[in-house]
Design a binder for this molecule. Sequence first.
Ligand SMILES: Nc1nc2c(c(=O)[nH]1)N[C@H]1C(S)=C(S)[C@@H](COP(=O)(O)OP(=O)(O)OC[C@H]3O[C@@H](n4cnc5c(=O)[nH]c(N)nc54)[C@H](O)[C@@H]3O)O[C@H]1N2
Ligand SMILES: Nc1nc2c(c(=O)[nH]1)N[C@H]1C(S)=C(S)[C@@H](COP(=O)(O)OP(=O)(O)OC[C@H]3O[C@@H](n4cnc5c(=O)[nH]c(N)nc54)[C@H](O)[C@@H]3O)O[C@H]1N2
Ligand code: SF4
Ligand SMILES: [Mo]
Length: 907
Amino acid sequence: MNIRAQPIRTTCPYCGVGCGVLARPDGEGGLDISGDPDHPANRGRLCVKGAALAETLRPDGRLLTPRIHGRVADWDSALDMVARRFQETIAEHGPDSVGFYVSGQLLTEDYYVANKLMKGFIGSANIDTNSRLCMASSVAGHRRAFGSDTVPGLYEDFEEAELVVLVGSNLAWCHPVLYQRLAAAREKGLGPRVVVIDPRRTATCDLADLHLAIKPGGDAALFNLLLAENERRRACDGIFLPHVSGLQEALHAARATDPAMTGLEPEDLARFLEWWIDTEKVVTVYSQGINQSDSGTDKVNAILNCHLATGRIGRPGMGPFSVTGQPNAMGGREVGGLANMLACHLDIENKAHRDAVQYFWQAPAMAPGPGLKAVEMFRAVEEGRIKALWIICTNPAVTMPEADRVARAIEGCDFTVVSDMMEQTDTTRLAHVLLPATGWGEKDGTVTNSERRISRQRPSQPRRGEARDDWRILADVGRRMGWENAFGWNSAAEVYAEYAALSGVAGGLGSDFDISAHAGITSAEYDALEPFLWPQSSRKRGGRFFGDGRFHTPDGKARMVPVTARAPQPLCPAYPFRLNTGRVRDHWHTMTRTALSPRLSRHMAEPYLELHPQDAAELGLQPAELAEVDSPHGRAILRVLVTDRVARGHPFAPMHWTGETAPSGRIDALVPWLTDPLSGQPASKSAPVAIRPFAAGWFGFALAARAFRPDCAYWARASLPGGMQAELAGRAPPADWGEWAAAMFGLTSEPLTISDRARGMQRLGFVEQGRLAAALFVAPEPVALSRSHVAGLLGAEPGPGMLAGRAGADQPDEGATVCACFGVGVNTIARAIAEQGLVTVESVGAALQAGSNCGSCRPEIRALIERCLAGSGNPAKEPTVFDAGESLILSRDIPADDRKHASDHAN
Ligand SMILES: Nc1nc2c(c(=O)[nH]1)N[C@H]1C(S)=C(S)[C@@H](COP(=O)(O)OP(=O)(O)OC[C@H]3O[C@@H](n4cnc5c(=O)[nH]c(N)nc54)[C@H](O)[C@@H]3O)O[C@H]1N2
Ligand SMILES: Nc1nc2c(c(=O)[nH]1)N[C@H]1C(S)=C(S)[C@@H](COP(=O)(O)OP(=O)(O)OC[C@H]3O[C@@H](n4cnc5c(=O)[nH]c(N)nc54)[C@H](O)[C@@H]3O)O[C@H]1N2
Ligand code: SF4
Ligand SMILES: [Mo]
């Protein structure tokens, strides 16, 4: 009998929902992944990224040994070198001449050690984190209003609310399990009304009773208007108001707001105000559309003001709710990972707090005050003020604004250390010393999710190569720098126990973050730790905050902040578009892990620009052509996706592509170093850009059984089940396509070449050992062929018509993937809708399975049903291979009138 291994209970390493995962070793070195039915965050659900975790554990691309100047090195040499170079730099130039740039994807134990080393022992606060790009405005807003960085509510408030307002949050794609919890509550008929406030019509709008396509930056104005209207309608809460200061000043500022700043129709605005004011149980959820702005902190406080004035906080079904992005964004904030925080929510600018932490750590050199925030830190690197830099678990050469400049600054730094799981990233390429870190499945520690729930990540796999845990690498360097005892832990459990003890000291000083109930935790208890809400101390256990009207300010009252709504920086004629940026459904940030999964690479296979039809027409850009996007800081080339989901003048591009996957798709090359003055968070949603057609002389599509790296002006590669594909384009074609392709694929055989004059297309196939090993299709226009069909030919024996690029009549073409779980394509779904008369997402699920597992694609299936029902004629009889690219981004969004154009390509 085959006795199955017990599943290991762990936590998903992607978004801040913090879903519990059951990882069951499959006996062949891999894992079976399922949602943990007992985890309170997800109750068994997973989104597609979580469900595909096992596919991202491949050894491909892992950094397996330390490297010094690119050469393999042993751990001792690498650690000695790091410790020595940091010591020498500090001795010569002082503690502020070094810096750590870390990540909300570190575990709490890793973060604790990094923070202790920098702030207590090196004696500088130059440790900042990618959470600066993510949560800093929420942190600053919380601290202004509450006196502490505290998220008051719980996930169950989403379900208990009568109105959920999602502001600057694409919850369907970025917090999918929370979105599904909300959708499930509504399906039961009890769930809340939903309002989505986003300049784009996103997948999240599938759930919306009202979508407010707000003008960029109009959010502070909107919430100011809401505050003023609450007062006008006498809807402020007289019982709660004694717990709040600053009402009159905030109202004064709010009343001065011009409704035109929101760009909303008066009826929509009125309806929103009415719903919000007339509903007691309101949760206002906000994310990067609020935080990533040059007035992000004010926007946060404009939202908090409305909840404070009406007492809608800290009670079931109500409150402001800042959702965290990364799996441990919250843990990093607790532990003091930001340059302007201490540890356990203590204040680095408060001497009594610094002294208490110094005493607890027995620290020789406490940082005297805040350090440099991310953008300031990279400016200091650029200017040579920081001379030794350690980057851990983040890829700033891609994700920092002015990414080209950041990459040059890192390259110019005297000494750069990078700890990563992966060997080749845009940032690891720039390091003097590379340190291999263990990754998810190997690591051991804790993370805190958006509702302050701490869960364990437990190892389920042997570590790869010589990889070590981040906390241990940091501790080893601390010991080598002379602090044997302070960094002498033997396990993550010991680090956690020390942290819990420190939180007790903090709790004594009035900090809300107190998990001192775990101060004496044993290794066995740590291993068995169940997910729990903080605080956990003799004073308080779990639950919501602030319902009792007690805040962490000196007078115990919450502070309302007067907010003057400001429009974003004006555009100039040279850069007339305001570029919005963000995320796609199936990829995670710089894709170092999600790109390994063919399943996750099918949904969006290349970088793109969502452009309003009128903008596209004026620029002379057709769907699926390429656009060149310029800003004063850099340049990108992106596939054009024409859609009225974005507003005129306000295109959108995703942030995920890199020098590894699409070098001309690095979006942060375009984004300026413009930050919020209080939080230091960059305005990543508002880059002034110019757009023009990219004058491509040729377009191509390539695929091969082995990885390859193209060499042309535009390329974007993505993994396939049996290899890799790439979209290509260039200005002048090479003299000989055969030679060019052979060099790209690294093949020596002569290609089969077919010239298709009718379609102006060249097809080249490379056959090795009787099987198709690689193929290239080139055309003067975006290559119109069925990607999913040709991908299926890799490794097959060549037959007649193999390179036709279209499925034969007997082989219906799947089209681009909609449902990644079951691999169901857009054309299959459209055909089933037409032929079987399906009108609900459930019926599509019953017929094809699509949408019936993780549910991430349900908004898209619903949109497809609506489009098919609205479309003239029978969608199954219409051309289903819409256009080049054929990734869903293109086919899905080409409006009906443009399908003709698309089908002209295809036929
Ligand atoms: N699939 C996936 N999920 C993820 C991630 C991922 O990489 N991939 N990353 C995680 C991380 S770290 C984070 S921080 C979260 C981010 O989660 P979200 O914040 O939900 O995601 P974004 O796509 O960055 O931006 C959200 C929305 O803000 C809108 N927006 C832009 N400008 C404005 C404005 O002025 N006002 C308003 N109201 N809205 C505006 C954008 O159009 C966009 O739809 O996602 C997490 N989850
Ligand atoms: N234009 C624009 N830019 C943005 C944003 C945006 O919306 N628009 N969003 C911003 C936000 S909110 C965020 S959070 C950032 C995210 O940006 P980054 O943090 O730079 O992106 P990631 O790809 O998540 O980088 C994580 C790196 O850590 C490595 N890694 C994974 N696990 C481990 C581990 O356990 N240990 C170590 N040492 N390494 C590991 C991965 O291989 C990868 O190289 O991007 C920001 N940049
Ligand atoms: S919603 Fe998806 S990405 Fe986020 S934690 Fe859950 S499974 Fe992971
Ligand atoms: Mo983030």
